[in-house]
Design a protein around this ligand. Sequence first.
Ligand SMILES: *Cc1c(COP(=O)(O)O)cnc(C)c1O
Length: 327
Amino acid sequence: MSMIGLNDIKNARNRIVGHIISTPLVCSPTLSDICGVAVGLKLEHYQTTGSFKLRGATNAILELTEAERAHGVVAASTGNHGRALSHAVRAVGSRATICMSRLVPENKVSEVRRLGADVRIIGNSQDDAQKEVERLVAENGFVMLPPFDHPAIVAGQGTIGLEIVEAMPDVNTVLVPLSGGGLAAGVAAAVKSMRSHAKVIGLTMERGAAMKASLDAGEPVLVEEFPSLADSLGGGIGLDNKVTFPMCRALLDDVVLLSESEIAAGIRHAYVREREILEGAGAVGIAALIANKISGLRGPVALVLSGRNIDMAVHRRVVNATGNPPA
Ligand SMILES: *Cc1c(COP(=O)(O)O)cnc(C)c1O
């Protein structure tokens, strides 16, 4: 199995440092109050392109050879990876083709288009989009840069873990949104190699949680994909997963599942109490804390707010709803 380690992540940081923002980790008095332990928010939704995906995408693009850059890159995406890649290729004069399913919200699709990528809308799942990627690789010789299962992507996302430990040296618990596991694997590798006692917990939605189902089964499995407020967490982990499944199995202490109404409450709390606009995937950490879903929580806690690219009409509907919306 290919595991990414602290050195890979430090090398990634040296490579991407001039291209990304090192985001702040700020104290949340309201969440610290609710939880009874210090809670810090890693404001990764302020990353350029509105999500952490720019770190991995930039690291992967900068590792390509001149010849590979000349061919152009292709990826399947739930939106944010595509947006990050479309931004990152501009720095090296390459081109991106992004394949997305019909489940990807229109606001994300139009941002990818605006950045100048070639957009293909294919089928009703990430798996359908991935088939189109493979066709384009075979027919056009594009270089595939997957959203998570790639060493350079994991190492890039892991730079968040370095920044967390630097800002919060006594961190005991790190909460990370979890889909394909690039973010969780990278952050856990960085944090645990510097703070071996710290727990890293993945958070995801109840329906269609592919990594959770795969960890339970002991091998990558297929799950059905459903619409969710946490649309960035949709999609499978790939039946031939090479990097993120073994790393998540070795490094994650737990995976916690959130219902749609809990995720909505997380978005609402972020807005009303923290003054932050988050997409559903970015709010799962807050959702888990306010729903008291993490047993034996030990502080200080660092929580990754992973993205803010929510359709604003959806955001208005969620924050204006009183009480819990129907699940
Ligand atoms: C991609 C994404 C995630 C999940 O990251 P993985 O590396 O696939 O686990 C979480 N939050 C946001 C906002 C994302 O775009």
